[in-house]
Write a protein that binds this ligand. Structure first.
Ligand code: PIR
Ligand code: CA
Length: 327
């Protein structure tokens, strides 16, 4: 069976880091490229973090830096949750490879064009700036992408404001363009991702893998837990971004309903809200699939198994290198 080809457009970010690991470690996914967008922290920081995650996990996937800020608005960052580096907690290793020289928008377009139509999925887990720019630069990607499975929005309440989730609030104009385009969009919003909590049991299962990568993930989750506890009053942190990857690996991991989603651009207090009509109140055709309920046990099984597989792969590589080196 051929693997699901994905491009992960992210702003690492603790949960983005776990999304990279799930995408790289699950056997049913082919991670074609990682692109970065300013979001949780500045472009420079999130790109460095993406390269550091690749180094810890022993990944050789092209990483390209993209938009340094939103299309229209003032930049938002989230140091309250992700720290000054954007990935506070673990010691970040030096990158083992350089970023791809292309702009993220070009890497996205080139990667989509290099594969058969209908085979590449876009998985954005940060503000949608790069995706909107790529659509405008090469509109034919809209008909060529298999689907867009994005982390962002919510149909109940936001986290950046009472109305808006961070990724959409950070670049609402880009989000509006992505929802308006004629491609299949799945909104994996806070209503779903707040069910993906990393409680003590999850952290203990990861720690039990007993590898440098697992230790790194434990440090990532421990820091994320501390800020989510202090700033948001959560008992356990919701690990948002890998939920999108899980939805591609196994669609039965979440329940999904069709809806009309509009991104509020003009609201005085509601800018960036994803107004979601599951029915026909606005008389608009449904333009999105909206995730509602997570099979939490299955989600963590997939994620923990991916970390285990990556740990084994890098252990095998390390011992091959040691054996090949005269002592
Ligand atoms: C998480 C994020 C931003 C702000 C807060 N408070 C919490 C990041 C995550 O990386 C995720 O992609 C999304 N934005 C959740 O809002
Ligand atoms: Ca993110």
């Amino acid at each position: 069976m051929s693997r699901h080809k994905i491009i992960l457009d992210c702003d690492p970010g603790h949960d983005d880091a776990i999304a990279i690991l799930l995408a790289a470690g699950d056997p049913s996914i082919e991670l074609l490229a990682i692109t970065t967008c300013a979001g949780n922290q500045t472009l420079e920081k999130v790109t460095r973090n993406a390269l550091a995650v690749c180094a810890v996990a022993g990944l050789d996937v092209p990483v390209a830096a993209g938009a340094a800020g939103p299309l229209v608005r003032q930049q938002l960052v989230a140091p309250d949750i992700h720290g000054e580096s954007g990935l506070d907690g673990p010691v970040l290793p030096a990158p083992t490879h350089a970023a791809d020289p292309r702009h993220a928008v070009d890497l996205i377009i080139d990667t989509i064009m290099a594969h058969e139509p209908g085979t590449v999925s876009l998985v954005p887990t940060g503000p949608l700036t790069n995706i909107a720019l790529a659509m405008r630069k090469e509109p034919s990607i809209i008909g060529r992408v298999k689907e867009v499975v994005l982390m962002g929005g919510s149909y109940t309440r936001g986290n950046r404001t009472p109305a808006a989730e961070f990724n959409i609030a950070a670049d609402p104009e880009a989000a509006a363009a992505v929802f308006d385009a004629e491609w299949p969009v799945t909104m994996v919003g806070l209503d779903l991702t707040h069910q993906a909590t990393a409680d003590d049991d999850v952290v203990a299962r990861i720690a039990a893998i007993g590898s440098p990568l697992a230790d790194f993930v434990v440090e990532v989750l421990t820091f994320f837990a501390s800020t989510y506890r202090e700033r948001q009053g959560f008992d356990a942190p919701p690990v948002h971004d890998p939920c999108c990857v899980a939805a591609i690996i196994d669609p039965s991991v979440m329940e999904i309903r069709s809806a009309f989603v509009a991104v509020e651009l003009a609201g005085t207090w509601t800018s960036g809200m994803t107004v979601t009509d599951f029915g026909d109140a606005y008389g608009q055709p449904h333009n999105a699939r909206v995730a509602t309920k997570l099979d939490r046990a299955r989600f963590w099984d997939l994620t923990i198994e991916a970390i285990r597989r990556l740990s084994e792969a890098s252990a095998t590589e390390a011992s091959a290198t040691t054996e090949g080196t005269p002592q």
